[in-house]
Design a protein around this ligand. Sequence first.
Ligand code: ADP
Ligand code: ZN
Length: 435
Amino acid sequence: MSQNYYQKEIETMSTEEMKKLQSEKLVKQVKHVYENVPYYRNLMDEKGVTPEDIKDIDDLHKLPFLTKADLRDAYPYGLLAKPLDECVRIQSTSGTTGRRVVAFYTQHDVDLWEDCCARAITAAGGTKKDVCQVAYGYGLFTGGAGLHGGSHKVGSLTLPMSSGNTERQIQFMTDLGATILCCTPSYAAYIGESLKEQGYKPEDIPLKAGIFGAEPWTEEMRKGIEKALGIKAYDIYGLTETSGPGVAFECSEQSGMHVNEDHFYAEIIDPETGEVLPEGSKGELVFTSLDKEAFPLLRYRTRDICVLSRKKCSCGRTLIKMAKPMGRTDDMLIIRGVNVFPSQIETVLLNEGYEPNYQIIVDRVNNNDTFEVNVEMTPEKFTDKVSEILSMEKSLAGAMKIMLGINPSVHLVAPKSITRSEGKAVRVIDKRKLI
Ligand code: ADP
Ligand code: ZN
């Protein structure tokens, strides 16, 4: 397959050249932050590090980390490194974990972010001939703005749909011949389901590719969406703190995402000790913005758990790759002392022929954790015979026990009874936190 690159020189740069570029940018960035962000200067002073100690990218580990708690402390302007009158945009996190973070952008920062998204669209096969339907939310959330800007840069015809109003999404998709769909994977699955209900077959739909991210999704879910929409589904990763989507993107190999490491330097650390781990180790992902001006976070702990790899990629890009994040450290549930990720439950469901429509409910009764999983019956599996339902529930609970090591109580619920998501799906209701 012939490869298209948006910024070939950078995307295929040798590792040595990349290191040189990163080093030059880091030295400048640390000075900029030290001089303009008293909050971070204090952290550096406490650690006894000065900008002169940072001579190249290998010195990065000397710098202090930033955490989401720091962002909260410094809200709203404490980490701003440029005067407000040089900023042109504010975006904010979707608040999945309850706390909002506000990020600032200069025009240079917006351009850099949109370039990253343009690299992602191009890697998914997008060109100026494409019609790109952006069904991520618009507004404070970064999904809509990021892919919208990227689509403009590529020169595709952009459909700024935002999320929701699924009927209208389908009407525009079919009437205007959308070839690329950008949204959360859970919304893509919902659009697929709605298309089927309206009698469309995958081959009736003009789409060829999808760029899905902003929440964790499994390989099994990817296969399901690809089949339902008749497309290739590409992953995209990012977070508001670093810009938004486009920090990393998938190529035709579909085996992890290339990190735009000329702008965002990635490290994997041990979340307990903070020690930097060697390539290939699983740990917490940490990002340093090498050249953002207004909100340049150094060594920001994402709490996403994943693995980095420099293995050669068939697409020709040399950018380091990150595996699909398997969840956030704060997504991980500890139930009866066992670590449980929603993604593990999703894998079991899809392997057993169910759809990824489920909800996990955890509570504590008499000092014991209760662990329930509600799963929608699919129309194909639907039955109203109690004995059959019980036996399906038992077999699903058995499969989950094998994956997780603990036994949930599984309840099959009627098709369509779990609320669909137009943005990030809410998979977990942990009532223990309310106590
Ligand atoms: P919030 O923290 O409120 O959800 P963001 O909208 O900035 O705010 O979300 C960023 C987070 O979304 C990331 O830290 C990561 O946990 C998750 N995320 C984004 N893209 C992906 C992806 N492709 N796969 C898995 N998780 C993702
Ligand atoms: Zn690649």
